[in-house]
Write a new protein. Structure first.
Length: 325
């Protein structure tokens, strides 16, 4: 494994910051940032090679040898940037969702529309089978957005499950882990958990630290299990059924647009862990039927900005690709 100097580690840390920022925002993938910045292959290989034989190498040759053999410095530096980005942006996004929800969801809506086009363009050919797969995936995803959650998104096992599923998308170029969290209904819960953790940590309110820390560790545990189980499956699918896989991913994103539609009417409520009433089920409505200020002009503007951001990322990726060639 190529040894990196301190400046390379700094740039790797900054790439982690960028990946974390991308994964916090539904519609943008940390995997895309890894691809653009030239570390995607090393990241996937490092994760794929990391297993329990690490402890055998540690026992036989020492921790230093195991650390180098499994490229853990690379992973540690990169994930440190991702984690810091998560915690830093959670407070901002949490505040925006609370105070400017229509504009935030409009921005996300534009991001996902562009992501649909971005992933859909990667489909090499279309036939009746692919069209049917697209429609079935879109319908499944749409009905998931309408379904009542099997458990509270704040329950520990649901957070574990969310980490298990979301990590798969986080390493795929073009597919956002946050998008999967939105589909599961746990996006805001994870954002608020990170926000609670950072607030307790920096204010010194140690008694408030335990609950969000447990949830974060559960999410990470789910992510670790998920990535180890599915990394091989994903590699196999992309090697053998790439076209069909991309079709299904595109369909899922189309169906999930209902989840990020900015104008909602609350159908039912639930009580969260703080004893506050929050929305359980919502239905999408026209901005013209929205009972408060629909902010239509600024919502459209935010959607356009989100849409263009994906194509800016794609342009940078293409430019990088040309430079490498």
């Amino acid at each position: 494994m190529e040894q990196k100097n301190p400046f390379q580690h700094l740039f790797l840390f900054l790439k982690g910051i960028a990946m974390g920022a991308a994964d916090v925002v539904p519609g943008v993938s940390g995997g895309t940032i890894a691809f653009i910045s030239g570390i995607y292959e090393e990241l996937v290989n490092t994760i794929h090679n990391l297993n329990f034989s690490f402890f055998k190498t540690w026992k036989e040759s020492g921790i230093k040898k195991a650390w180098v053999s499994y490229n853990l410095k690379f992973l540690t530096v990169l994930l440190s940037g991702v984690l810091i980005s998560f915690i830093s942006l959670a407070k901002l996004i949490g505040w925006l969702l609370e105070n400017h929800s229509i504009l935030v969801w409009s921005f996300f809506f534009g991001l996902i529309i562009a992501s649909i086009i971005y992933v859909g363009k990667e489909v090499k050919f279309w036939n009746l089978k692919n069209i049917l797969a697209l429609l079935i995936a879109a319908l499944c995803s749409y009905f998931i957005t309408l379904a009542e959650p099997l458990a509270s998104p704040e329950s520990n096992w649901y957070i574990l499950f969310s980490g298990f599923i979301a990590i798969i998308a986080m390493i795929l170029p073009g597919i956002s882990g946050s998008f999967i969290l939105l589909l599961l209904g746990s996006y805001e819960v994870i954002i608020n958990t990170l926000n609670d953790f950072s607030s307790a940590l920096f204010s010194g309110a140690w008694e408030l630290l335990l609950e969000p820390l447990i949830k974060i560790l559960l999410f990470i545990a789910g992510a670790i299990v998920g990535i180890k189980i599915f990394s091989g499956v994903l590699n196999w699918l992309f090697k053998n059924y790439k076209n069909t896989t991309l079709v299904i991913l595109t369909g899922f994103m189309i169906g999930a647009l209902n989840k990020v539609w900015p104008w909602k009417e609350i159908v039912s409520w639930r009580t969260d862990t703080k004893g506050e009433q929050v929305a359980l089920l919502e239905k999408s409505i026209s901005p013209f039927d929205y009972p408060a200020d629909s902010q239509l002009f600024f919502a459209i503007l935010c959607a356009i900005i989100g849409f263009l951001l994906i194509f800016l990322i794609e342009y940078i990726a293409l430019k990088k690709s040309v430079n490498y060639d």
